[in-house]
Each structure stands twice: as C-alpha cells, then as structure tokens.
Design a protein around this ligand. Structure first.
Ligand SMILES: Nc1ncnc2c1ncn2[C@@H]1O[C@H](COP(=O)(O)OP(=O)(O)OP(=O)(O)O)[C@@H](O)[C@H]1O
Ligand SMILES: [Mg+2]
Length: 227
C-alpha cells in the first residue's frame, strides 16, 4: 500500500451463504486505487462488480481479507461505524437514481447533510449551490417525477456531493440514459475527478470506460487489471 492509496483491497473474498450452499462472489481480490484516480470496473453480469463496489463503498464487509478506505481499516467495522464512514467519505450514484419520490430536488440533495448536524439554512444553501453546479439551478422545487432521466441523475450526483466526499462510487450511472444524456453525466464525473474526487465507476459501456484512467476487469469473481 503506497502513501497515496485511498482504497485498498487485500486478499478480499466474499462468500454469500444461501442455506447450505455457498457462493463465492469475490475470490482473493487485490485492488489498489490511488487518491484522485478515475477507475472503471467492467465485467459480465454476475461477475461480482456490485459485490466489489459494496466492499469499496463500506456497504458490506468481506468474508476474509482486508479493506482499507481513506486510511481506515474497515474489515472489522460495525454497521454503525460503516455508516459513519460512508456518510463522511463516500458519495453514491446508482443506475436507478434512487431519489426519494416524495421529496423535491433540493430536499433530496440536502438529505445526506441531515446526518452531519448542519443547520437547515446551511443545508438548503448547499443543496442549491450543488444543484446549480450540475446545471439544475432552475429545477430546485421539481419532484423527481417532474424531471427527465438525465436531470434525475444530475440530482443524484449533486446528492452524492452533499457531504463533500473524497470518493464517488457510481454503479452504471448511464445505464438508464440515452447516449447524449449519458455523455453529459460522464462529462460531469470527469469534471469532479479534475477537482480531485476519486471515482470508481461500474460500466458495461466501452465509451464510458474511455473517460477513466484505467479499467479493472472482473470475471467470475476474479479481478485483473488492464490499461
Ligand atoms: N446478497 C446476495 N446473496 C447471495 N448471492 C448474491 C448476493 N448478491 C450477489 N450475489 C451473487 O453474487 C454474484 C455476483 O453478483 P453481483 O451483483 O456482484 O454481480 P454484478 O457483476 O454486479 O452483475 P450485474 O452486471 O448484473 O449487476 C452473482 O452470482 C449473484 O447472484
Ligand atoms: Mg451489479
């Protein structure tokens, strides 16, 4: 592990137990991501991409092996400790956007700030600033159902930035978007990377992978690296 590694997986194995059968979704995975890198993760459906992202994103812990995120060894963290680390250090972007349908754009973006103790006025102001940053300054009060797919994904990017995380994890962020809207989202991610965010993105799209510094290939739970 070098000084500037922000994410390190060391011999990580993830086994899902279902009744008395075991499924090895990740086998002996060694991954190292430098601070400020933009990495794409590619591989067939069922190969373990989301499982890998769950490890990196502190959503789950490995069966064996060590995971280090932002200098903290999280392999033995409790659920509360994992949640704390996530809210401080990681922003998530999903294929299905995962916005709260009953909240408008600004409320969705302000929500993650609730858990940091920031005052309401400050939360609202930052939500507005972030929505302006992603080009939605005119859509603050729109409900998710009143936004296009690309706009919804931009709201979710603004939400991912709410607590100014060092790491952004995106699982197929353009999967539900047409190619032009998808390009817009990729340009936004590139801009965030230039501003210093470390980005790890799962994609099936070769064009999207072009935006990344490198690609981590995964097949049948086994990670390999390709330029
Ligand atoms: N919670 C779980 N319990 C049991 N098995 C699981 C669980 N989550 C995933 N799996 C299995 O682990 C393997 C890897 O799944 P994963 O979701 O990581 O694949 P993926 O590469 O993200 O696929 P996709 O491209 O379809 O999203 C699959 O065989 C899947 O069925
Ligand atoms: Mg997946």
């Amino acid at each position: 592990m070098t000084m500037s590694s922000i994410i390190v997986l060391d011999g990580v194995k993830k086994i899902y137990k279902m009744g008395d059968t075991e499924l090895e979704a990740l086998s002996n995975s060694n991954v190292e991501i430098e601070d400020g890198e933009f990495v794409a993760v590619m591989g067939p459906s069922g190969s373990g991409k989301s499982t890998l992202m769950n490890m990196i994103g502190a959503l789950d812990t490995p069966t064996t092996g060590d995971v280090n995120v932002g200098g903290e060894k999280i392999s033995n963290f409790s659920q509360d400790e994992l949640a704390m680390l996530r809210s401080k250090k990681i922003g998530f972007i999903f294929q299905q956007f995962n916005l709260i349908p009953s909240m408008n754009a600004a409320e969705n973006v302000a929500l993650p700030m609730l858990f940091t103790g920031a005052k309401k006025k400050k939360r609202n102001k930052r939500a507005e600033m972030l929505l302006e940053k992603v080009g939605l300054g005119e859509r603050l009060n729109h409900m998710p159902s009143e936004l296009s797919g690309g706009q919804r994904q931009r709201v979710s990017i603004a939400r991912a930035l709410a607590n100014n995380p060092d790491i952004i994890l995106a699982d197929e962020p353009t999967g539900n978007l047409d190619s032009e809207t998808g390009e817009n989202v990729m340009n936004l991610l590139t801009e965030l990377n230039r501003e210093g965010k470390t980005i790890v993105m799962v994609t099936h799209d070769e064009n999207d992978a072009e935006y990344a510094d490198r690609v981590i290939k995964i097949e049948d739970g086994k990670t390999g690296v390709e330029q």
